[in-house]
Write a protein that binds this ligand. Sequence first.
Ligand code: UGY
Ligand code: MN
Length: 262
Amino acid sequence: MGYINHNTGYIKDLLSNRSIIKRGNYALIEPDGLVKNTLPGFERCEITILATPKLGATFVDYLINMLEGGKNLAGFGGDAHIETFVYVIDGNITANAEGQDYRLESGGYLYCPPGVSMTLENANGSRNSRLFLYKKRYTPVTGFQPHVVCNNVHQLEKIHYEGMSDVIVQDLLPANLGFDMNIHILTFAPGACHGYVETHVQEHGALILSGEGMYNLDNHWIPVKKNDYIFMGAYCPQACYAVGRDEPLSYIYSKDCNRDVE
Ligand code: UGY
Ligand code: MN
């Protein structure tokens, strides 16, 4: 016996949910089962909180579905120690930082350093816009500063990841010491895979933008697909194969960098 899932509108049973939570190690959160939160400052926005410190992450990721008239004009971030990042999955929005308006279409993104808040407004008429939103406590280093970055992934260089012809990486933020993290997009052609199982101190929050894969998380092979969210904690062994027939497996993810451990 099925029921109507209020998030997806589909009839679903309770037996097929694929989400897995291994607190502090890794998590797979699939779209079915996401719940909507109300957060101060956001109006007409359906917000799901993904990774948080409660899961073992040192950052917070959110999915935002901006409805017609959806906005946050009070400002997201702006705290003296908090950096923020927004990526437009689909739709288009107007964002503002330091008094400058930015029109962000699908693939567009904006990074704000500590002390700079971003406002967000759906600019997609009567249609929704979907956003991937991030915040983290910034770790300063003497003599270096981060700055506002706005761009679109369609403008970015496509680099062969670790020399592999069938895996592309795009770096969304500058690779200098002012930045204590970066956001990347990795794209695997069907059949492509990581060159090895990574085991590293850095954490990731990853949203799958397209395709299907088999993902090794702490040596458990887990099927994943578009719209799944994966948290990978420090030292979680990780690698994947793209298994889609014709669509590349692509995901956007955060990674801490450029800082020594405390
Ligand atoms: O940058 C990374 O660490 C990336 N290759 N990790 C991953 O895809 N799980
Ligand atoms: Mn990694």
